[in-house]
Ligand binder design. Structure first.
Ligand SMILES: NC(=O)c1ccc[n+]([C@@H]2O[C@H](COP(=O)([O-])OP(=O)(O)OC[C@H]3O[C@@H](n4cnc5c(N)ncnc54)[C@H](O)[C@@H]3O)[C@@H](O)[C@H]2O)c1
Length: 330
């Protein structure tokens, strides 16, 4: 058994699997329990990590567990985060924090009452390129920022458990589910948002051709627009351009060069190329490392419930604007 905090993971789908990998490499946390309605999913993570397969209620009732990691579909976040907090566990919950502000409020209140920490998975703040751009702006390298443009998308809309991403009532579509990443990043970079105006193809259940364009006016006067698309060619990609009085920053994930290592086999036959990520560490691992370090009394950064709430507010305002055709003041 590793020293450090004991973690129970609820939800062993795409994100649960990513988080499980993070706990494998941390030396001050151990994944001791995993839960999923689909037994084989829990089993796959258990086999890799040595975690025990449990139900969510067994995880809440286990007094040896310090942290609950919630990787469930968005509409389930509130119920499981509140239950975990009431059981006295610190909680890490994937973004978006919840499907509504009311639910997010209940999550914050439950964690505050229980005196436990709540971290929300706004992972873009842990991506090296986004951090580098943030540092350049904060160090005044581009002067006063006038305009930012962000893009995120690909094709096709992902399928998941019970096709919940395509169910607008459960996921909030790409505005709530995907480009909330950019809203959160921009809020971190530029401060509070004053007004939102958006157009998009939302509102049709099982609409797999989703697109939205959201313009944001910040209290500082800066304007930004965020484009989210599940109808873009070229694979999943993200992009940003930041324009300031002294210069520009431009990032396009499609232009990033992965490191390729080619090695000779010992028997002398030609080597095979081994693609590897250019990152020093997977940002999902960095994000969880930061959360665990804070709980462990070390240096770290948490995007907490208040931050998750503020970013959720922007996404919901964008949905309201799409629905009404009018700008929404925050
Ligand atoms: N940070 C990111 O970059 C990022 C990327 C993708 C998804 N997400 C977010 O992560 C969350 C999970 O998304 P996902 O893609 O992993 O979903 P998913 O559908 O792949 O996985 C969800 C899992 O939850 C399980 N489940 C449902 N109800 C359960 C219950 N009561 N008890 C135990 N297990 C249960 C399902 O069987 C499924 O395996 C969502 O909020 C999503 O928005 C974040």
């Amino acid at each position: 058994m590793k020293p450090g905090l004991k973690v129970g993971l609820i939800g062993a789908g795409t994100m649960g699997s990513a988080h499980a990998e993070a706990y494998r490499v941390l030396d001050n946390a151990e994944l001791v329990a995993v839960s999923d309605l689909i037994y084989e999913r829990a089993q796959a993570i258990a086999a890799k990590t040595g975690a025990e397969i449990k139900t969510a209620d067994q995880i809440f009732a286990d007094s040896s567990i310090d942290v609950v990691d919630v990787c469930l579909p968005t509409y389930l976040h509130r119920d499981f985060v509140v239950a975990a907090a009431q059981a006295g566990k610190h909680v890490f919950c994937e973004k978006p924090m919840a499907r509504s502000l009311q639910e997010a409020e209940e999550m914050k209140t439950a964690c505050e009452k229980a005196g436990v920490k709540l971290g929300i998975g706004h992972v873009v703040r842990f991506f090296p390129e986004y951090i580098r751009a943030y540092d350049q702006v904060k160090n005044g390298k581009v002067g006063k920022v006038a305009m930012v443009r962000c893009t995120r998308g690909g094709f096709p809309l992902p399928t998941a458990w019970q096709d919940w991403y395509a169910n607008y009532a459960l996921s909030g579509g790409l505005v709530l589910d995907m480009i909330i990443h950019d809203f959160d990043y921009l809020r971190w970079l530029l401060g509070p948002v004053e007004r939102v105006f958006a157009k998009g193809t939302r509102g049709r259940d099982y609409n797999r051709l989703e697109y939205a364009l959201v313009s944001l006016k910040f209290r500082s006067g800066t304007i930004a627009h965020v484009e989210g698309s599940w109808v873009s060619s070229g694979g999943f990609h993200t992009r940003f351009e930041i324009a300031g009085s002294q210069g520009l920053i431009d990032y396009d994930s499609r232009k990033a060069n992965p490191i390729t290592l080619t090695v000779n086999k010992k028997d002398g036959t030609p080597g095979v190329p081994v693609p590897a990520s250019a990152w020093a560490e997977n940002p999902y691992t960095t994000e969880i490392r930061n959360f665990i370090n804070v709980l462990d009394g070390k240096d770290g950064k948490i995007v907490d419930g208040n931050e998750g709430y503020e970013s959720l507010k922007i996404a919901l305002a964008a949905l309201e604007s799409i629905e009404t055709g009018k700008p929404v003041n925050l």
